[in-house]
Structures are given as C-alpha cells and as structure tokens.
Design a protein around this ligand. Structure first.
Ligand code: CP3
Length: 353
C-alpha cells in the first residue's frame, strides 16, 4: 500500500531483482558522527535520545542526510526490553550497559513476566515519528534482541567475557533458563508486532551472543526461540510483506538451521564466506552483510577495494543487502563511509551489466 519510493532494500530482502545492491550499516546512527555526539550532549545521555521521539528521529535521520543509504533503522537499543521488565537499565559513560537487578535466583526468575507494552510506548512513538519524518524516502527497519542475547544481559547484569552466570544456569537449571527465554520470546514477538503496527517495514533480530554456544545448545536455547518469533511476527501489514532478518554473530555454521525458521533473510558476520553461505541456504533466504567493520579504518583506496571484494563475493544474483558484519566502530572516519556507500551503489550496478 505505502511502499517507499526507494524500495530497493525491501525487494532485496525478498530476493526480488534490483538495479543495484541496497545498503545500510549496523549502528549507522552513532558516535562516529560528530552530529550524533552533539545531539547526545544536548539530550543528556544515550537513553535520553531513545526516550524522546524528537531526538530519536533526529539521530535516526543523521546518517541519511550525509549518505544515500537505502534504509533507516530505528534509533533505540535491544536493552529497552529487559528495562521494561523492571531490571533497571543504566549506561555508565564509557562502560556499557548495567542492570541494577540481574536475574540471579529462582524467585526472581519465576517472577519474570512479559513486559507491559505501555512501558515501551516511547519506542513505538519513536517508530511513528521517524516514519512520518522519513516521508516515503526509504524503508524503516525495526529491531529487537534475540531472547538468548537479552537473557545474557539479564543474567550477567552487564557485558561478559565468559558468560559464566548464564552458562552456569544453562548447565545446572535449564528449566529456569527456558522460562526466561519463553518470557523473552513472547515479549519480543509483541514488541516487534507493535513496531510493525507503528510503521516498521522490516524487522531484524540481533542474536549477538548465540555464537558463544555449542551447536546443540544454540539450537535449544537460541534458535528455537527465534523460530517462535519468526512464527509469531506479523509478516504482512497494510498489504505489504514485512521481511524478517535473523543475525547470529558467530553463527556461520548454523545458517541452514537459521533458514529453516522461515525467516526472509540472514545477517552474516565478516567471518562467513558469502559464496559458501549461498551454497548452504540456496535461494531460500536473502543474505545481508558482511564487510569487516574495522576495514573502514584504513585508507579510502583500501575501503574501496574491500567493498568491491565483498560485493563480488556475493555475486550479482538477487537477494543481497550490503552491510557490515557487525556494528560500525565509533572510530570510523565518516569520509570512509561515503566511499563505501558510493562504491556499493556504482560497482553493484556495473556488476549487473
Ligand atoms: O543500528 C543502529 O543505528 C540502531 C541503533 C542500535 C543501537 N544499539 C544504538 C546504540 C541498535 C540496533 C543496537 C543494538 C544493540 N544494542 C545490540 C545488538 C547489536 C550488536 O551490536 O551486537 C547490543 C548487544 C546492544 C547493547 C548495547 N548498547 C551495548 C553493549 C552498548 C554499549 C557498547 C557501545 O557500543 O557503546 C550499547 C549502547 C549503544 N546502543 C550505543 C548506540 C548508538 C552507544 C551509546 C552512546 O554512547 O552514545
């Protein structure tokens, strides 16, 4: 009904032919942009940007004003969800996220409930405000963390090197971990459906930590809950298909299992060989990725060469969305992003003729 004027991203996610390879960048609105740092200083903090629809809109649009990107992504965070469950999120300057009340005992775990969606209204208001400000330029991507990745932060209470608390629970009381994951999956399904209702035109599930698991544990504790989300998310809204993207960092060896969930597209980190990924999943899903974000730290010539290499590795067949293999570093020179965007657009057109 309301396809954006530039619908290249949506077409590529659905494996329809496109004139060129569309691109967006994970964390495209962020600290590598001086205008983002200025907005954050005005707002006060990162969460103040997320909680105010005007600020969230402003920073979502910043990368699009600089570069002709093919999508916007909601400015928010995956940790809004456990915060809405009452765990008490804070971001200490330069230290990453912290939860005041991590899940460390059976009583707290048993008391966990699906987050009341009203507590996430600020996210849905941001989605609606961004859609309005975007006009019909490019599609808006909504997102959530995976149930397992959210559980990592909920149980560890912060980032971790060894994930000993969540793995301890997984090996000693798998029933309790399954309870958390079940609550998370039901919350994430509702959360993504509300984002879609408010205007998100594609959704992505970030499974940043699924790759720390063994194969059987990945299938049981991460993939199964993403499968439930794929099954429960509204795949059509206002007569338009809403593509679902799954991304497990470090999940390259499980791509066929991931495609079996019925999702539309898989995100690849930079360690995955695109031709091998395509051979594994066939034409079932689109692929999104996968340039090493740190390659953007080099010279302009180096960035151009690496961008061409990644495009050629995916080949000209339909169903590729260019992206980085993980979030862009705050140390990235914005000029190199301009080179990347230009080379993706021009070289992918050239490869098609
Ligand atoms: O991609 C985008 O531009 C949209 C916004 C977005 C953010 N976080 C903004 C953000 C998205 C999609 C996320 C997802 C997210 N958040 C993930 C999954 C993706 C991934 O990176 O693996 C995870 C694990 C988080 C949790 C999180 N948020 C951490 C660990 C941190 C601190 C580390 C860091 O990079 O500072 C954040 C903070 C955060 N989320 C920032 C931004 C722009 C930086 C905040 C700031 O200091 O301004």
């Amino acid at each position: 009904m309301t396809r954006p004027t530039n619908d290249t991203l949506l077409r590529a996610l659905l494996r329809e032919p496109t004139d060129y390879t569309p691109l967006w960048l994970m964390r495209q609105a962020g600290r590598y942009l001086p205008e983002y740092r200025a907005s954050r200083a005005t707002a006060g903090s990162f969460m103040d940007l997320c909680r105010n629809a005007d600020f969230a809109t402003e920073v979502t649009l910043q990368p699009l004003e600089r570069f002709p990107l093919d999508a916007a992504i909601l400015f928010s965070d995956i940790l809004t969800v456990p915060d809405a469950m009452g765990l008490g999120l804070s971001f200490a300057e330069g230290e990453g996220p912290r939860f005041a009340r991590p899940l460390r005992d059976e009583a707290a775990i048993r008391a966990l409930e699906v987050a009341p969606m009203e507590k996430l209204d600020y996210v849905f208001n941001a989605v609606a405000a961004i859609r309005k400000a975007l006009g019909n330029r490019v599609p808006l991507i909504g997102f959530s963390g995976s149930p397992f990745t959210l559980a990592c932060y909920m149980i560890e209470g912060r980032g971790s090197d060894d994930f000993r608390h969540i793995k301890g629970l997984m090996y000693s009381r798998p029933d309790l971990l399954h309870h958390i994951l079940d609550v998370n999956a039901r919350t994430v399904t509702e959360y993504l459906n509300q984002q879609i209702e408010h205007g998100a035109q594609a959704v992505m599930v970030f499974d940043t930590w699924g790759g720390i698991l063994s194969g059987p544990a990945y299938r049981e504790f991460s993939l199964e809950y993403m499968r439930r989300i794929v099954a429960g998310v509204k795949r059509e809204h206002n007569g338009e298909r809403v593509p679902v993207v799954l991304f497990t960092k470090g999940g390259g060896q499980w791509l066929t299992d991931m495609a079996d969930t019925g999702c539309d597209s898989l995100g690849l980190d930079w360690t995955v060989d695109p031709a091998q990924a395509r051979a594994l999943v066939g034409s079932r899903v689109a692929l999104q990725g996968n340039m090493d974000p740190i390659s953007l730290m080099g010279s302009a010539e180096g960035v151009a060469a690496e961008t061409r290499r990644v495009l050629e590795a995916f080949g000209p067949a339909p169903g590729h969305v260019f992206n980085l293999g993980h979030g862009i570093s705050q140390h990235t020179p914005p000029e190199n992003v301009a080179v990347l965007v230009d080379v993706v657009h021009r070289h992918s057109r050239a490869l098609r003729t």
